[in-house]
Write a protein that binds this ligand. Structure first.
Ligand code: MN
Length: 197
């Protein structure tokens, strides 16, 4: 996973590599989600870092070592950095080699997607559905509340769908399942697969 490194003790806004994602995620949603929600998490984290003893650590280390407000904001910066990075208007398809890993651990690529969507749909309240690798390389799907990230469980996070309402309400209103099902069209598997190393 590509980690975020602070510059002079502070984190910069993770880039948004596109303005809109076709009909899947609108420009309006992205402008609020990246420009307002993520911006607030970055600003709050940078206010909490000085004097915390966690300055100058990579972001995933801040997430592992913090709690309370610091954890919530650091977690949300890491989660959103991964979320926005993994999508593209010209997404790369899954490699046959990676599909074999999904078949090994989930039976089929379709079964994996179905379980991922189901875990995203049934997560109560705000949170994230995550696809990760454990220390032995086994692929797992987890439901995580609020700002949680699988790095705190010793997992390597590969892919995540944000199920906070702010991620989809402008485009899909209450139809979270439709939002989750649509996201597969913009997942760049080259990025997801690169996180396994
Ligand atoms: Mn979000």
């Amino acid at each position: 996973m590509k980690d975020l490194m602070p510059i002079n003790g502070l984190f910069e806004m993770p880039a948004l590599p596109y303005e809109a994602l076709g009909t899947i995620i609108s420009k309006e949603t992205l402008s609020f989600h990246h420009g307002k929600h993520l911006k607030a998490y970055v600003d709050n984290l940078n206010k909490l870092l000085p004097g915390s003893g966690l300055e100058n650590l990579p972001l995933s280390e801040v997430v592992r070592k913090s709690e309370g407000g610091m954890f919530n904001n650091a977690g949300q910066v890491l989660n959103h950095a991964m979320y926005f990075e993994q999508f593209s208007n010209t997404p790369k398809a899954m490699s046959p080699k990676f599909a074999v890993l999904l078949e090994r651990d989930f039976g089929s690529v379709e079964a994996f997607k179905k379980e991922f969507e189901q875990k995203g749909t049934t997560l109560f309240g705000s949170g994230w559905v995550w696809f990760s690798a454990d220390a032995q390389g086994k692929l797992v799907i987890t439901q995580q509340k609020n700002a949680e990230n699988p790095v705190t469980m010793g997992l390597t996070p590969l892919l995540t769908f944000d199920v906070w309402e702010h991620a989809y309400y402008l485009d899909y209103q209450n139809r979270r399942a439709d939002y989750l099902a649509a996201l597969w069209q913009i997942v760049d598997w080259a990025i997801v697969e690169s996180r396994l190393c």
